[in-house]
Design a binder for this molecule. Structure first.
Ligand SMILES: [Zn+2]
Length: 456
């Protein structure tokens, strides 16, 4: 640290650490936006409850603009697969400017809700007619720029999408703009990795087992490009997917994945909904993150993750808002717990030992797993971590008479009105008194973009 470095000091009335709340904690932020023990100047007093911001480990940004457009019953039995048709039609209209407008609005909403980082599982690569843009990474750049405008940390996961089914069939016309062969994908990855910074990490996403032909699999997962950084994959979200995998590859998706790749803590298995007992134990043992998206999984009728068994095996979880039908870490975690309660007719499922708080258990677990999936120094407010934090509204009546045993559960379970008052991301206040620093401009541009989309 040079002598001229600017240090901002803070004093928090209550600060969340992995072990729980601590009263009257001093901390400081350096000019790189990292937490430091060095002190400088008079501290700013933070009167509310201060928590590390939540990583959002799974996002398809463009889908935010179609939230609520697939809730009317169709002519046949509606399912994930009929929703996907609506999503494909919508995706066909998005260009880089529209994507940036939607993503910036989404990221502002995330910050206001308490997410301070996002993993973008990005497959909308090419023009609608499937030809590459003049700059092949144009859509990725739109996401990077949107994250910069909003001030949120980004783990960009360009998606490799090669085939339209487990049998290796070609992409359908609507899927073609998502597609790459391995070489062009690796070129994209190399280009994007050169842009990595304090706020931007670039990892790999494999869309799903059905999107990578069996004969291409080994060349992909054994490639040097996959030897470092996070690797995310959609897996076992749908019963139909499990059945197709069994029929064509003779194994269930998670079983097949573990037989054909070295799964470790760099991996994030998104959804992992339909699991046998042994698959559940296998994911837990591997140290990989189960990337759970409970509001989207509920909205799409996916099913329920075997949470209790997985936590008992010390499995790692994180949360994502995925389709963005809801943008709230609180609602995501609440639904994760409520799904289990409705299914088992028991309460306090995520807390596995007497006396444990459900809210604390889930927030702690999702911070840890989210940070792991994002591969960024986040999820804690310890030395060297990004200064990504949220301050709850000390004036909220719901937090009156709450102490360190009850504050987190009131935040998680009772806060329907937003309780996140101030948000710092990378050492900068991006939300103050419930307002994002650039929300009027970003929302106005978003409105014009979706009005344009509605006319196409
Ligand atoms: Zn997804």
């Amino acid at each position: 640290m040079s002598e001229t470095a600017l240090i901002h000091s803070f004093q928090a009335r209550q600060l969340w650490h992995d072990a729980g709340w601590r009263g009257d904690v001093a901390f400081a932020v350096d000019d790189r936006g990292r937490i430091t023990q060095a002190q400088g100047g008079t501290p700013q007093y933070l009167d509310g409850w201060v928590l590390p911001g939540m990583p959002n480990l799974h996002s398809h940004a463009f889908q935010r603009a179609m939230a609520g457009l697939a809730e009317r019953r169709g002519p046949s039995d509606d399912s994930f697969w009929t929703w996907r048709e609506t999503m494909y039609a919508f995706a066909a209209c998005i260009d880089p400017d529209t994507l940036q407008a939607i993503a910036a609005q989404l990221y502002v909403e995330m910050l206001k809700a308490g997410y301070t980082q996002v993993c973008e599982f990005h497959y909308l690569h090419h023009r609608p007619d499937a030809t590459p843009y003049a700059q092949p990474e144009a859509m990725s750049l739109a996401l990077i720029e949107a994250a910069r405008e909003a001030g949120i940390a980004l783990t960009l996961l360009p998606v490799l999408y090669m085939s339209g089914g487990f049998d290796g069939r070609p992409l359908s016309p609507r899927q073609r703009r998502f597609g790459h062969d391995v070489d062009s994908y690796l070129r994209l990855l190399t280009t994007l990795r050169k842009l990595e910074s304090e706020d931007l990490r670039v990892g790999v996403a494999l869309h799903s087992l059905r999107a990578i032909p069996e004969q291409a699999w080994r060349g992909v997962v054994e490639h040097d490009a996959l030897k470092t950084g996070p690797v995310h994959i959609h897996i076992a979200e749908q019963i139909g997917e499990v059945q197709d995998c069994l029929a064509t590859r003779g194994a269930r998706p998670v079983e097949w994945l573990f037989d054909h790749a070295s799964i470790d803590k760099r991996w994030c298995l998104v959804h992992a909904t339909h699991l046998t007992e042994s698959e559940t134990a296998q994911i837990a043992r591997s140290g990989a993150v189960a990337g759970l998206c409970p509001t989207t999984e509920a909205n799409l009728g996916d099913g329920l993750f075997p949470l209790a068994r997985y936590l008992d095996a010390n499995g790692v979880i994180g949360i994502g808002s995925d389709s963005h039908i809801s943008i709230s870490p609180v609602e995501e975690l609440r639904w994760l717990e409520y799904g289990q309660r409705l299914n088992t007719r028991h309460r306090n499922v995520a807390a596995r030992h007497a006396g444990e708080s459900v809210g604390e258990t889930l927030w702690r677990a999702a911070l840890r797993g989210g940070a792991q999936a994002a591969d960024l120094p986040i999820g804690t407010l310890g030395e060297g971590a990004r200064a990504d934090l949220i301050v709850l509204d000390q004036d909220s009546p719901l937090l009156a008479a709450r102490d360190s045993r009850s504050a987190m559960d009131s935040f998680l379970f009772a806060g329907n009105a937003p309780m996140v008052r101030n948000v710092m991301a990378g050492g900068k206040w991006v939300v103050r008194d419930f307002q994002h620093r650039d929300e009027a401009r970003i929302a106005a541009r978003y409105r014009s973009a979706v009005e344009r989309l509605a006319r196409t």
